[in-house]
Design a protein around this ligand. Structure first.
Ligand SMILES: [Zn+2]
Length: 64
């Protein structure tokens, strides 16, 4: 398994187990300021979760 830092630096495009670019994202679960996405690799069948943190907002006004 490659280290988390390499996975994150690579923007999560390569599998953290086998480094194949056969990564598929699944269900996203959101909790206070964090989001978790179920991830999987179709090459080695590895599974993991990507963890996202709220870092910014984009304000806008809804029309009407
Ligand atoms: Zn893999």
């Amino acid at each position: 398994m490659i280290d988390k830092e390499s996975y994150i630096k690579g923007k999560g495009l390569s599998c953290p187990f086998c480094e194949a670019e056969s990564v598929q994202g699944g269900f996203i679960q959101i909790e206070a300021g964090k989001a978790f996405q179920e991830m999987g690799c179709t090459e080695c069948e590895g599974a993991w979760q990507d963890v996202y943190e709220l870092i910014d907002i984009i304000p806008y006004k809804r029309e009407g």
